[in-house]
Write a protein that binds this ligand. Structure first.
Ligand code: IVH
Length: 665
């Protein structure tokens, strides 16, 4: 095991290196959370082994950097950092300790968002902005006055009568989330590089040598504290904030005055939810004793004030190793890459997978197996790779030439499109996804038919085409893992129930390319029966509202396909409804009756007659057998009529048919 002294030394060196990267180059190799964890580790060790603690340790001073590219500016009052807490309990202890120190149980606190930007010090003389500086190492900062003056939220002249003759104002320079997104895309387009987060972008933009570039970056500013002021104009932090508003600064509205920890805790809950809705990044909340006299009573260390603390939100970024890039085939044959990661905690959960969207994204990120990557989870969204932190791979990742499921050729859709597709219609991975989609809630809604059942049935070779679902028996289910009587019969019932679903659901369930729920409904409403759909031309499909050329082509190609027709007919034979709700009526009066139509009908087209029969639960077949219940005959009926006579099947004409359906309706 590494000896303690060496470990402390190594941690210190590591932190110094990360600080230099972060403050000088606006870059980082690790996420903020991981940086904080390193500081914590070093702090704990230094406390436990004070013999090895050094006054110059990064834990004892404000970390930062003054670049020689800028003139340096000495702050009148040092710009300190804040101590962090990472849990509700830790924050409660800080609160209790502070209340106890001041011996005041009625203490007022202000709780404000901790803006994730870069701090700046603004020096106003007689109300005029004369210097704008970065925090630097806390004592000395970099002169970025010209750049600061390009920020619209910062008044060049304070808008109040008789301003303080000397006023050091402090706040956070930041970039809005939406502006950052646009800007990062733009910068990537021109340089091939991206900023890991909006804070790095704000810092990089503030420290430009050419202020015109800063001006283009849409930087913004929120005030949060002050340094030296010639004479007191306010007694409380909350009054200071309002005073700044009257000076012409924008005030961020999400702050609260609290008199108890319960109140604070409620505000923490609110902000933890609200942070996703804000258009600026916040990485925690800052809790401050409101009364300025009591603040001075508590005082500060070299590094941070004792009257304030930062409650840090769980980090939404983390670095980890990309172990493997896996390709998966979706329902429509599109091959998508996804990343397998070394498991890492992120916003309270352990993540081990991330989406990569498409192969162009891999190229854009220049990422390959083995690289160390920065992961991010914004809101509840699936984690994504932000950028490569450390390149370990030597080569570029190449999209697969073959489908990872069936091995057939993977085809690039077109030069413009980024997707690779497996065009083998019998690809097992696509069929699996089709099945999962078919039984899903918004499609045929077969309750209880989950992915694992699909997988087991596939393994047992019970499913070769979608319509095989309607051939599954009780015994087929009983043969699956963890199946008991009740579960098997419930599934059989659910399958039977699904046969009654409307045509629009069936169209959607068939998983036709580009055809979602909405278009399925429109098409079903317009054409009413499956039979009609089989003969709709490309032109007629494209005349339908919301169906453009691409969709019309997809629909036509699909319904023209003989394999598709075979599967649909097989479903119909097994009693699956093929009509839209309005024609389906009650629908069970002709249940189990089989019809054969022959000859030319006068009042009904064959299609219409079939629709009616089906709408009442009957079936129409093409050949006469003993099982046929009725043969509906018209003019010039041929061999089918003869066969019906031979087999003694009921023969009815149109009038008979009308009587029958009238009785049945
Ligand atoms: S008060 C003595 N209030 O967080 C420091 N700081 O990690 C007084 N920050 O350097 C600062 N939002 O740049 C304060 N509402 C807020 C803040 C805030 C962001 C920054 C500030 C500070 C850093 C400490």
């Amino acid at each position: 095991m590494e000896n303690i002294q060496n470990l402390i030394k190594r941690l210190r060196e590591e932190l110094v290196r990360h600080n230099a990267l972060y403050y000088d180059k606006n870059e980082s190799e690790i996420s903020d959370g991981e940086y904080d964890a390193l500081v914590r580790k070093l702090e704990c060790l230094e406390q436990e082994y004070p013999l090895f603690a050094l006054p110059k340790s990064p834990t004892k001073k404000v970390s930062g950097y003054v670049s020689s590219s800028f003139r340096s500016i000495k702050h009148a009052v040092p710009m300190l950092s804040l101590d962090n807490t990472y849990s509700r309990d830790e924050t409660a202890s800080w609160y209790e300790k502070t209340v106890k120190k001041l011996n005041n149980s009625n203490l007022e606190f202000v709780i404000e968002p901790k803006i994730d930007g870069v701090s700046a010090n603004l020096m106003y003389l007689d109300g005029v902005l004369v210097v704008g500086a970065t925090r630097g190492d806390g004592k000395t900062g970099e002169d970025v006055t010209e750049n600061i003056k390009t920020i619209q939220d910062i008044p060049h002249k304070l808008k109040i009568e008789s301003p303080p003759s000397f006023f050091e104002l402090r706040g956070e320079v930041y970039i809005n989330k939406s502006d950052f997104k646009k800007f990062n895309e733009k910068i990537f387009y021109s340089t091939g590089k991206k900023f890991a987060n909006s804070r790095n972008a704000a810092s990089g933009s503030l420290r430009q040598k050419n202020f015109q570039i800063t001006a283009e970056r849409k930087l913004r500013f929120f005030i949060h504290s002050f340094g030296k002021i010639e004479k007191g104009h306010f007694e409380k932090q909350s009054e200071f904030l309002k005073y700044c508003q009257s000076c012409g600064f924008k005030l961020q509205s999400n702050f609260k005055i609290c008199n108890s920890f319960e109140e604070m805790s409620k505000f923490m809950d609110i902000m933890l939810e609200k942070k996703f809705l804000l258009n600026y990044e916040i990485d925690g909340l800052v809790i401050k004793v409101n009364n300025l006299r009591l603040q001075s009573e508590l005082g500060s260390t070299n590094k941070s004030p004792k009257w304030a603390v930062a409650f840090k939100f769980p980090s939404k970024q983390a670095t980890t190793k990309l172990i493997k890039i896996r390709s998966q085939v979706g329902r429509t044959g599109i091959i998508t890459p996804s990343a397998v990661l070394e498991p890492v905690p992120l916003s309270g959960v352990i993540i081990s997978h991330a989406t990569l969207h498409n192969f162009e994204e891999i190229e854009r990120l220049n990422v390959n197996e083995g690289d160390i990557v920065l992961m991010e989870r914004a809101g509840d969204v699936i984690p994504k790779i932000v950028k490569v932190m450390r390149k370990e791979s030597k080569s570029f990742f190449k999209p697969p030439k073959k489908c990872p499921s069936c091995g057939s050729e993977a085809v690039k859709e077109s030069e413009k499109k980024v997707a690779y597709r497996c065009i083998n219609l019998e690809c097992p991975a696509q069929f699996r996804r089709h099945l999962i989609h078919f039984v899903s809630r918004n499609a045929m809604d077969i309750d209880g038919f989950g992915e694992s059942i699909v997988d087991q049935l596939l393994e047992k070779k019970k499913l070769y085409k979608l319509s095989d679902i309607y051939r599954l028996s009780y015994d087929d289910f009983m043969a699956l893992k963890f199946f008991k009587n009740r579960k098997a019969s419930n599934l059989i019932k659910a399958i039977a129930e699904s046969k009654k679903r409307s045509l629009s659901r069936l169209i959607f369930a068939l998983g036709i390319r580009h055809i979602g729920e909405k278009v399925s409904k429109i098409v079903a409403k317009r054409f009413k029966t499956m039979e009609a759909l089989f003969s709709v031309s490309f032109e007629d499909f494209s005349k339908v509202q919301e169906v453009g050329e691409v969709l019309a082509l997809s629909l036509r190609e699909f319904f023209k396909n003989t394999t598709v027709r075979h599967v649909i007919e097989d479903m119909a034979l097994n009693g699956v409804n093929m009509m839209e709700d309005e024609t389906y009526k009650k629908g069970s009066q002709l249940e189990g009756r089989t019809f054969v139509l022959t000859g030319e009908l006068e009042r009904y087209s064959r299609q219409k007659a079939s629709e009616i029969i089906k709408s009442l639960g009957g079936k129409v077949t093409s050949s006469v057998s003993k099982k046929t219940d009725y043969v509906l005959t018209g003019e010039n009926a041929g061999s089918k009529l003869a066969k019906a006579k031979e087999l003694d099947v009921n023969i009815i004409d149109e009038t008979g048919f009308e009587k029958l359906i009238n009785i049945m309706r």
